[in-house]
Design a protein around this ligand. Structure first.
Ligand SMILES: [Zn+2]
Ligand SMILES: [Zn+2]
Length: 281
């Protein structure tokens, strides 16, 4: 039996698309009784980011700095961010792990560049979470939020969603990630893209990869705020439990008020499905 989890390893600050500073997030985490936390702002780099079809929509968002073309361009900014977290953790006397939520893009050369980037960074862990659909070879990408505006041919949805889950599997198999975030986040964009029980064979292959690579799966309370259900759905949770996967509850907090949100509901889910292994650094 677990007590309520007193940490989240999936949180964002205004370094990426969060609304609060690193200091504010740490202070609040301490206040609500977290015993440690991970700050995992987005790390999203694709060589054709600014040439992709969804760029015209993305560029209108204020968090434009989240979406990048090159690892070397952002290295100094990321170094400063890591140093700032280390400094504030010390000031607040609180255990803060530095993580990044990585969109995995398996085009030729991407993983090597990522590894070069990481070798120069003082960080602690990565988790994966994909927010883009990839064309074949992943040379071109489309942000999920604008997918329907760009791909009006509904016949082609299946191709993108299947590839999305295949890439997720590849990400898990890369061994780079401590856990997989929001396995079926794609549901957020409508049942015509992916319903709770759609693409089950593809999702099961992701679960198999998690089991085989000893990688944890996130149970995200953010789904409750976005689609009124956990990420992932009940069926996937049930299958994950059968495989005895390691799980971790995340708030995916983008502001202080979201830290620890609905964790008691997530604990009930853990009990209900009988998960017995939990990720803790
Ligand atoms: Zn995410
Ligand atoms: Zn996130």
């Amino acid at each position: 039996m677990f007590n309520t989890q007193t940490y989240s390893y999936h949180t964002h600050t205004n370094f990426s698309d969060g609304h609060c500073s690193v200091a504010e997030m740490i202070k609040r985490a301490k206040q609500i009784g977290y015993t440690q936390m991970g700050i995992s702002d987005h790390l999203i780099v694709h060589k054709n980011m600014r040439r992709n079809q969804s760029w015209q929509f993305l560029r209108e968002k204020d968090a434009i700095h989240v979406y990048n073309n090159s690892f070397s361009d952002i290295l100094e900014r990321f170094k400063r961010h890591c140093a700032e977290i280390r400094r504030l953790a010390k000031v607040e006397n609180f255990k803060v792990y530095i993580g990044f939520e990585v969109d995995y893009f398996p085009y030729n050369g991407w993983e090597e560049e990522l590894k070069w980037f990481l070798s120069q960074l003082d960080y602690d862990y990565l988790h994966t979470g994909n927010h883009f659909f990839c064309e074949e070879n992943c040379e071109n990408i489309i942000n999920m939020a604008f997918f329907k505006q760009i791909c009006t041919d509904t016949e082609r949805y299946k191709e993108y969603v299947q590839r999305h889950f295949a890439i997720m599997r590849q990400a898990v198999e890369s061994g780079l990630f401590k856990f997989l975030a929001h396995l079926d986040y794609v549901r957020r964009y409508g049942n015509d893209i992916c319903g709770a029980d759609d693409y089950l064979p593809e999702k099961m292959l992701v679960l198999d990869a998690l089991q085989k690579n000893n990688t944890a799966m996130e149970i995200s309370t953010k789904g409750l705020r976005k689609i009124g259900d956990f990420y992932p759905s009940a069926t996937v949770l049930q299958e994950a439990a059968k495989r005895n996967l390691t799980v971790v509850i995340s708030d995916d907090a983008h502001k202080t008020e979201e830290l620890g949100m609905d964790f008691t509901k997530a604990e009930d889910i853990i009990k209900k499905y009988g998960f017995s292994k939990r990720l803790k650094f």
